[in-house]
Write a protein that binds this ligand. Structure first.
Ligand code: NAD
Ligand code: MG
Length: 391
C-alpha cells in the first residue's frame, strides 16, 4: 500500500490522480491533499477519500472546509509551512506535485528533501529551480517520475535501470506538441482571441493556465527546458515536432537510426498511473488506442514567428541562471492578465520577451535566489502591464 500526498488535489491532474486511487484502493491510500481555495470540491474529496491531513491556501478556506467536514477526523491546516509538512510526512510514500505554477516549488522540494518518490506534474518548479532541483533529487536519492505526458513518454522510451530511465546512445529527443487551438490561425486571427477560445484545447482537458500556455506554445517552451533538466541535454538535442493528433506523446531517436515512441489516447491517467506504479503497470480504464479509427498521424515543424514563446524558452535556457525563473514568472503574470482580459493573447509573448530582455541574469546558487528572481520578474511584468508598455 502506497501512501499518497496529493498537492493540487482539486485541479485537473488532481482529479485524474484521484481516479487512479479510486480504481486501486488495494494499492493506494490518500494520506493528504491540498488545494488553494476550492472548498466545495475539497469537501467532496475529504468525504470520499478520508485523508488524514488537508491543507488549504488561506485560513478562510481552511475554516470553511472544516465546517463542511465536522463529521471527519481529518486535520485541516493552511499555508505554505503546512504544505511542506504534508509533503514530508512519514506516512507518505509518494508526492504528486500537481499545484499550478511557481507556488508548487517549495512543497515539491520539501517532499524531495524527505526522500519521497516524486511524481512531477508541476513543470514550473523544475523550470525555475533547474539544476538545484535536480541536485536535491540526486542528494536525497529520490525516484523522480515525470508526469507531463511528453516527458513520461521520453522516460518510457529510454532504457530502464533499477534507478530509473537513463540516457544512453541517444541522438535526439523528439518532443511532440499538439499545436493547440491556433495551430493554423494567422497572427491577425490570433490578435483578438478570447480566454474561452484559448482554453479550448482540441485533445486535452486541462487547467486554465496550462491551456493558455499550450495555445501560446509557452507550454512547449517550458517543456523544452523541463526535458533539458530531466534528461541532461540542451535545447540543441531536442527537436519540437507538431503532431496535432496527440497520439504519439514524444519519441527518442537513437544513434543507430531507431526511433522509439510512446503512444496512447490523450488521457493523463496513463502517465499518472505509470508514475505511481513504475516499474510496473496497472489498469487505468483509458480506452485502448484504435489506430484504424485515428487513421492518420500528421507532423509539422513549429512556427516560431507566430509562436515566439518557444524561442524565448530556448533563449532563456542558454542565458542560464535566473533567466528561466524570470521568463516563467513573466508568463504567469501575463497569462493571469490575459485571463482577466487586461491584455491580448499576442501580448503574452510580447510581455514575456520584454521582461526576459530587461532581466539582469544572475547565477542561481541557492534556492532563495530562485525566489528572488521570481519576485523581481513578477513585479517587472506587473509594472509593464499596468503601464501598458508592451514594446
Ligand atoms: P489546475 O489549475 O486544474 O489545478 C491546480 C491545482 O493547484 C488546484 O488544486 C489548485 O487549488 C492548486 N493551486 C493553484 N494555485 C495554488 C497556489 N498558489 N498555492 C497552492 N495551490 C494552488 O491545474 P492542472 O491542469 O491540474 O495543472 C497542474 C500542474 O500540472 C501544472 O504545473 C501543469 O503545468 C501541470 N500539467 C498539467 C497537465 C494537465 O493535463 N492538466 C499536463 C501536464 C502537466
Ligand atoms: Mg505536456
Amino acid at each position: 500500500m502506497q501512501g499518497i500526498c496529493l498537492l493540487g488535489a482539486t485541479g485537473s491532474i488532481g482529479q485524474s490522480t484521484l481516479d487512479i486511487i479510486a480504481q486501486h484502493p488495494d494499492k493506494f491510500s490518500l494520506i493528504s491533499a491540498s488545494a488553494n481555495e476550492s472548498v466545495a470540491k475539497m469537501a467532496e474529496i475529504c468525504h470520499r477519500f478520508k485523508p488524514q491531513r488537508v491543507v488549504m491556501g488561506t485560513e478562510k478556506a481552511r475554516d470553511e472546509l472544516a465546517l463542511l467536514c465536522v463529521d471527519l477526523p481529518t486535520s485541516f491546516e493552511w499555508g505554505s509551512d503546512a504544505l511542506d509538512s504534508i509533503a514530508s510526512d512519514s506516512a507518505v510514500d509518494q508526492v504528486m506535485a500537481a499545484i499550478m505554477g511557481f507556488a508548487g516549488l517549495k512543497p515539491t522540494l520539501a517532499g524531495i528533501r524527505a526522500g519521497k518518490r516524486t511524481l512531477l506534474a508541476n513543470k514550473e518548479s523544475l523550470v525555475t529551480a533547474g539544476k538545484l532541483f535536480m541536485d536535491e533529487v540526486t542528494r536525497h536519492n529520490v525516484v523522480l517520475l515525470p508526469i507531463d505526458s511528453e516527458h513520461n513518454a521520453i522516460y518510457q522510451s529510454l532504457p530502464q535501470t533499477s534507478q530509473g530511465a537513463h540516457k544512453k546512445d541517444i541522438s535526439k529527443i523528439l518532443l511532440t506538441a499538439s499545436g493547440a487551438p491556433f495551430r493554423t490561425w494567422s497572427l491577425d486571427e490570433m490578435s483578438s482571441v478570447t480566454p474561452e477560445q484559448a482554453c479550448k484545447h482540441p485533445n486535452w482537458s486541462m487547467g486554465q493556465k496550462i491551456s493558455i500556455d499550450s495555445a501560446t506554445l509557452m507550454n512547449k517552451g517550458l517543456e523544452l527546458i523541463e526535458a533539458c533538466w530531466l534528461f541532461d541535454v540542451t535545447p540543441n538535442d531536442v527537436e519540437v515536432v507538431v503532431h496535432p493528433e496527440s497520439i504519439i506523446h514524444s519519441m527518442v531517436s537513437y544513434r543507430d537510426g531507431s526511433v522509439i515512441a510512446q503512444m496512447g489516447n490523450p488521457d493523463m491517467k496513463i502517465p499518472i498511473a505509470y508514475g505511481m506504479t513504475w516499474p510496473d503497470r496497472i489498469e487505468t480504464q483509458v480506452d485502448p488506442l484504435n489506430l484504424v479509427d485515428v487513421t492518420r498521424l500528421n507532423f509539422e515543424a513549429p512556427d516560431l514567428t507566430r509562436f515566439p514563446n518557444l524561442q524565448l524558452a530556448a533563449d532563456a535556457w542558454f542565458a542560464g541562471g535566473s533567466a528561466m525563473a524570470a521568463l516563467n514568472a513573466a508568463n504567469e503574470v501575463a497569462v493571469d492578465a490575459f485571463l482577466k482580459r487586461k491584455i491580448s493573447f499576442l501580448d503574452i509573448a510580447r510581455f514575456n520577451e520584454k521582461v526576459l530582455s530587461s532581466t539582469n541574469v544572475v547565477a542561481i546558487d541557492v534556492i532563495e535566489d530562485v525566489f528572488e528572481a521570481d519576485a523581481q520578474a513578477r513585479s517587472l511584468a506587473q509594472k509593464y502591464i499596468s503601464d501598458g508598455s508592451v514594446s
